[in-house]
Design a protein around this ligand. Structure first.
Ligand SMILES: Cc1cc2nc3c(=O)[nH]c(=O)nc-3n(C[C@H](O)[C@H](O)[C@H](O)COP(=O)(O)OP(=O)(O)OC[C@H]3O[C@@H](n4cnc5c(N)ncnc54)[C@H](O)[C@@H]3O)c2cc1C
Length: 404
């Protein structure tokens, strides 16, 4: 039988790395962090991620800030072809920026460095790193929830880089193996939420002739939300594009010559930023919601995309995943027991439910195409712009979740 560690984390993406970092700093537990790949995987990931100011505060706690990227100082939300818009300004919330746009790979690299420093400071033996090992089976010997036997164990089995079986044991296992909607099996069980939005996100980097520094744009179109997030590359202002559209349109647009793609983007977005030019490859991500009904079963907890995979509208997936990680680390200070995991699930339930609810509702409301729907949505946006308390409450949730 393998050495029994306190906590085994399956998945060293941004959420698993942040969880390991915070556990090293705030507990004495001995941790094993297992990943199917090597850190080089993250560097190849093309996603640009909008991190909220609240996520910045969490990353600062574990020494994983700054991350190279660009600040979002203002956000403009509108609907194509209809009146009504909402603007958010960092000054209104007393923060230097509402959020930051970073590359997935840069974020993981910064988290890796912070984790290595934490292991150095807190004792190298407390962190075991395992790469190129895919875990595919978790089995716990004290399944009854509520039992608090400190010796209870979860066995983790998988395949190592040499194709040989790999086994691990820990008192608590955390599933942080993430993934993308189209590659994931349903996060099963009664009450699981799974919805294919029948939208694909085209992502890429674009420049334009009239950039507006610090502004992020979220424009709802008949096909899905289109986001332009400020991202300066090699000193040139530009935007990370997340263009959600039907899978057929995505296939067609991905095959368009660059100049035609840029023209179609300008038609869809409008003329505010001038002419667009593509600066790099386009990539496609099919979109869906996949949320487990419960995030804790006995000695096993799920966090990040392993617990819920969301539509990228409003950029909430990783922000919620980081809050998962920090809430879990905080609860585990009480012990590596099912009770501590239950406390995490209970404490985090409302934040998770609201974030899943909002990101599920938005693409569906804006996807309704009957004739008066556009006017009704325009009226709602205009009303939201005038109703400062409601607007601020929503913005604060997107920034901090239930932390404040
Ligand atoms: C187009 C797009 C845009 C997005 N934009 C935003 C945004 O602006 N803001 C935001 O907050 N979120 C955004 N997201 C969501 C965000 O990317 C995810 O929420 C985030 O990457 C989840 O992190 P994670 O660590 O849970 O999982 P992942 O990033 O998927 O990492 C999982 C890790 O687990 C490893 N692994 C997988 N399976 C196994 C296994 N069986 N055994 C061991 N290891 C395993 C993998 O190698 C990987 O390292 C976006 C998503 C998409 C698709």
């Amino acid at each position: 039988m393998a050495d029994v560690r306190d906590i085994a984390i399956v998945g060293g993406g941004p959420v698993g790395l942040a969880l390991a970092g915070q556990l090293l700093r705030t507990t004495d537990w001995r941790i094993t962090l297992i990943d199917a790949a090597t850190p080089a995987r993250a560097a190849r990931d093309p996603r640009a991620i909008a991190l909220s100011h609240g996520s910045r505060q969490l990353l600062e706690q574990i020494g994983a800030w700054p991350v190279a990227g660009s600040a979002i100082e203002h956000i403009h939300v509108s609907q194509r072809g209809h009146f009504g818009h909402v603007k958010l300004h960092h000054d209104d919330y007393g923060v230097p920026a509402l959020g930051y746009v970073v590359r997935y790979g840069e974020l993981c690299e910064t988290l890796e460095r912070a984790l290595a420093r934490a292991a150095h400071d807190m004792g190298e033996s407390r962190l075991e790193r395992v790469f190129e090992t895919r875990i595919d089976d978790l089995e716990q010997d004290t399944p009854a929830s509520g039992e608090d036997d400190p010796a209870g164990t979860v066995r983790l089995r998988g395949v190592g880089h040499d194709n040989l079986p790999a086994t691990f044991a820990a008192h608590i296992a955390v599933q942080a193996e993430g993934g993308l909607f189209h590659q994931q099996a349903a996060h099963g069980g009664r009450g699981a939420q799974r919805r294919d939005y029948e939208q694909t996100a085209i992502i890429g980097h674009v420049t334009c002739t009239r950039p507006q520094l610090g502004w992020a744009w979220e424009r709802f179109t008949e096909e899905g939300p289109l986001a332009l997030l400020p991202y300066e590359e090699h000193g040139t202002p530009g935007y990370a594009l997340v263009w959600c559209c039907s899978p057929d349109q995505a296939t067609r647009r991905l095959a368009l010559p660059e100049a035609e793609f840029a023209t179609e983007l300008a038609d869809m977005f409008g003329g505010r930023l001038g002419r667009f030019a593509l600066a790099g490859k386009r990539h496609a991500f099919p979109l869906g919601l996949n949320a487990a009904p419960v995030t804790v079963k006995g000695r096993i907890a799920a966090v990040g995309n392993a617990a819920q995979t969301l539509h990228p509208v409003a950029g909430q997936g990783l922000n919620l995943g980081l809050r998962d990680a920090f809430a879990l680390a905080d609860s585990l200070r009480a012990g590596c027991t099912p009770r501590a995991l239950q406390a995490f699930a209970e404490r985090h339930r409302v934040d998770r439910a609201i974030t899943i609810g909002v990101t599920d509702l938005l693409p569906r409301i804006f996807g309704v195409s009957y004739p008066l729907a556009g006017h009704a949505r325009g009226a709602s946006l205009a009303a939201l712009a005038c109703l400062a308390p409601l607007k601020h409450a929503l913005a604060r949730h997107m920034m901090y979740g239930m932390r404040r």
